[in-house]
Write a protein that binds this ligand. Structure first.
Ligand code: NAI
Length: 404
């Protein structure tokens, strides 16, 4: 595929345009805002220069790479494209307008992809006549660097369009995975457990922000703790994803956005970008923005035994009980969500694991973790945790319902 259109020249569109151009495609970048377009082309230029400085692109390829990028203010200027990737604002009405215009302008054989992170691909496709060529290509930010691309099949998407998108993502050096058109696809669904369970532990006064982060790094092997990561992503962006998945999942209690996060967002504490989120960034080493009132927690003998069994399988048999409680609750939530996505047919177990490793830097795929720990042990912990809450939050996913 040589001719690519990218619609929307913001954060994601500029990144995807750069990626495609560096890998030899001709790119038509469209944005309704001329200033955005000029800024994006300038930014791409700077980033391509940096690639040359770092030796990741040959100096003689710099000008040809940049010459492959063409800026347009209107979709009507496009005609001969093989693949159009839409990356405009996350608003279904705007996306419908873009897809209608694309259908009028580009050839009938072109694949039409959306980079939406929270809308349904099938719903976006409703604005076009030939829906079989509409698919999702969900890149992660920053698109030139993050390896994962979720290739999403809408309810009417054609296998050939899916395969072609998979192949082009691979040819751009990416790791594509296939997923069904369900809320949050793979990553934005499975990762909810990491954030929301950490917020619940904080809200319950089990431990402080930095303690939870350090336990998840040191005892579970995550590169960053959940609060560090929320501060990096932006609390507002993270909350918007949680709210969207929760709403689309019929407001299931396991996805309920947390009051602590909602309050921080309302106060304008959005993380690193505002200098304060869960941590304060006005000093050399960030410190937690607040300490919760610590409350002692009591576990039933059943939960305690289940937690010990789970942690000893993880190799965390000798860390303290608070640490074990943190690791087991957060990991159980992630593993159960991965199991739930698998049981619902969102993706294969290999693709779910690959997506979590490549899309969020998890140290291990959650389903491989479950296999290592043993489904019987995972199920034992989930059942014990579920009995303690009474709202079915930890009900084992069907894949864990039978001991294996
Ligand atoms: P952005 O706000 O940086 O850029 C959106 C661009 O679309 C703006 O430059 C705007 O002028 C342009 N635009 C609006 N209407 C248009 C139209 N009718 N025709 C052409 N251009 C139009 O947004 P961002 O962050 O790049 O997100 C774009 C899409 O990518 C959204 O669907 C978002 O959910 C998704 N996404 C965002 C990620 C992120 O981390 N920012 C990650 C993965 C997906």
């Amino acid at each position: 595929m040589k001719n690519i259109a990218v619609i929307g020249g913001g954060t994601m569109g500029a990144g995807i345009a750069q990626l495609a151009a560096v890998h030899g495609s001709t790119v038509h970048l469209v944005d309704v805002n001329r200033d955005v377009l000029d800024r994006s082309v300038l930014e791409i230029k700077k980033r391509v220069d940096r690639l040359v400085e770092k030796g990741k692109l040959k100096a003689e390829d710099r000008d040809t790479t940049l010459a492959r990028i063409h800026a347009h203010e209107s979709i009507s200027e496009l005609s001969d494209v093989d693949l159009a990737i839409e990356a405009v604002v996350e608003n279904i009405a705007v996306k419908h307008k873009v897809f209608t215009e694309l259908e009028e302008s580009v050839s009938e054989s072109a694949i039409l992809a959306t980079n939406t992170s929270s809308l349904s691909v099938g719903a976006i496709a409703e604005s076009v006549r030939v829906r079989s060529r509409v698919i999702g290509m969900h890149f992660f930010n920053p698109a030139p660097l993050m390896p994962l691309v979720e290739i999403i099949a809408g309810n009417e998407s054609d296998d050939r369009a899916i395969d072609a998108a998979f192949n082009i993502a691979q040819s751009w050096g990416k790791t594509p995975v296939r997923a069904q058109d369900t809320p949050g696809f793979i990553v934005n669904r499975v990762a909810r457990g990491f954030y929301l369970e950490a917020l619940r532990l904080l809200g319950e006064g089990v431990a402080g922000i930095d303690e939870i982060d350090s336990v998840m790094r040191n005892a579970a092997g995550f590169r960053m703790g959940p609060f560090q990561l929320m501060d990096l992503v932006g609390l507002d962006v993270n909350l918007a994803v949680s709210t969207s998945v929760w709403t689309q999942m019929d407001k299931h209690v396991r996805f309920t956005p947390h009051e602590i996060q909602k309050n921080l967002v309302a106060e304008g504490h959005l993380g690193r970008k505002t200098g304060q989120g869960f941590y304060l960034y006005d000093r050399e080493s960030p410190i937690p923005a607040y300490q919760p009132e610590r409350k002692s927690f009591e576990l039933s003998p059943l939960t305690n035994d289940a937690m010990l069994a789970f942690c000893s399988r993880l190799g965390d048999g000798d860390i303290g009980s608070t640490e074990q409680y943190i690791v087991s609750r957060i990991l159980a939530a992630i593993i159960n969500e991965a199991g739930s996505a698998f049981s619902a047919g969102v993706a294969s177990s290999d693709d779910i694991d690959l997506a979590m490793i490549k899309g969020t830097n998890y140290p291990k795929g959650p389903l491989a973790w479950a296999d290592e720990i043993g489904h019987r042990t995972v199920r034992g912990l989930l059942k014990a945790l579920n009995e303690a809450v009474g709202d079915n939050r930890y009900a084992p996913a069907p894949v864990f319902a039978e001991a294996s």
